[in-house]
Design a protein around this ligand. Structure first.
Ligand code: NAP
Length: 310
């Protein structure tokens, strides 16, 4: 495969015709800042090639002040769709003509579909996580008691909304800035009103990011999800202190950037079952492909492409 090109917001707004040069033309891309690390071009270009779709997927390096104009320039530049990564997911939502229900509730868009001149926003992070959990642990998110670290971040919020939509057994929202977890709990509370769990524990709680509170909640948990940015850089401290981890837990780290994170190393040492964020990346990408093309994603081709790069 050719090297993945990186374009800027000025390429989109000032030279829209350049995306149609070359064979196949650039019709998809990912917005981010930074974006060089993104593996989305690898999996999407492999999928387009395998399906004989004449389109290329590029990196779109755009800083926050320019994101709205860059996104609005997609139709004129001939794009059919795009993905969105850090730090633009919330800002892009506001630039859409239409947003699907889940993305609106999550407050973030990670997939844009361009239909005529119309921009429609979706979020495939939550559904991608559901598929990854099923694949990695052979269980459904809806049957689990979940502790979500980093619930106040973009990915954390999308995962929390997904847990609520799946009506998971129990959800504990944990965030360094406690107010964000507490506010999110208020928003999601109506979705947790049911009697599925018998016993004294509330089905939805927000707690501060502190060992004592975490220790109590971990006794009532099946799955820990790390949606903080801790673990993205080598040398980051683990998202959870090692002494809190036990063999009965499943631990899912949304981070995939730095190989095995400290959290996953510690969880494996404690005997817990573990998975990193590559499965979520794969499945959110496959779901985006299906939105754009209205056909099943070539999942094994995409998986192979991803594993050849990690
Ligand atoms: P974000 O919006 O910036 O949120 C960052 C979160 O991390 C916030 O909850 C923040 O807490 C918390 N945090 C940051 N530093 C911390 C620290 N030192 N201690 C405790 N908490 C800390 O970022 P994002 O876009 O949601 O991304 C979060 C993670 O999800 C990243 O690692 C990203 O790679 C991953 N992700 C993976 C996939 C995938 O497909 N695998 C998809 C999307 C995202 P405060 O609210 O207190 O600041």
């Amino acid at each position: 495969m050719n090297a993945v090109e990186t374009f800027s917001d000025r390429d989109l707004t000032e030279s829209p015709l350049r995306f149609s040069e070359g064979t196949p033309p650039v019709r998809f891309g990912i917005f981010g800042d930074p974006v060089a690390h993104s593996l989305s071009p690898v999996i999407q270009n492999a999928a387009f090639e395998a399906c004989g779709i004449p389109a290329r997927y590029a990196r779109l390096h755009v800083a926050s002040p320019a994101i709205r104009a860059a996104v609005r320039a997609l139709p004129a530049a001939g794009f059919l769709g795009a993905n969105v990564t850090f730090p633009h997911k919330a800002a892009v939502l506001a630039a859409m003509d239409e947003v699907d229900d889940y993305a609106r509730q999550a407050g973030a868009v990670n997939t844009i579909s361009v239909e005529g001149g119309h921009l429609k926003g979706f979020n495939t992070d939550g559904p991608g996580l559901v598929r990854a959990i099923r694949e990695e642990f052979s269980v459904d998110l809806r049957d689990l008691r979940v502790i979500l670290l980093g619930a106040g971040g973009g990915a954390g919020r999308a995962i929390a909304v997904q847990c609520a939509r799946e009506s998971c057994e129990r959800l504990v929202l944990v965030n360094r800035t406690f107010d964000k977890a507490s506010q999110l709990a208020k928003e999601l509370a109506p979705m947790f009103r049911s009697d599925r769990l018998i016993g004294p524990a509330d089905r939805l709680v927000a707690i501060p990011f502190e060992d004592a509170a975490l220790r109590r909640q971990l006794q009532l948990a099946d799955l820990v999800i790390n949606a903080t940015t801790l673990g993205m850089k080598r040398g980051d401290p683990p998202a959870l202190a090692p002494h809190l981890l036990t063999a009965n837990l499943m631990v899912f780290d949304t981070v995939y950037a730095a190989g095995v994170s400290r959290l996953l190393e510690d969880a494996a040492a404690a005997g817990a079952r573990c998975a990193n964020g590559l499965g979520m990346l794969l499945h959110q990408g496959a779901l985006a492909f299906e939105i754009w093309t209205n056909r099943p994603a070539p999942l094994e081709v995409m998986r192979q492409a991803l594993h050849s790069r990690t």
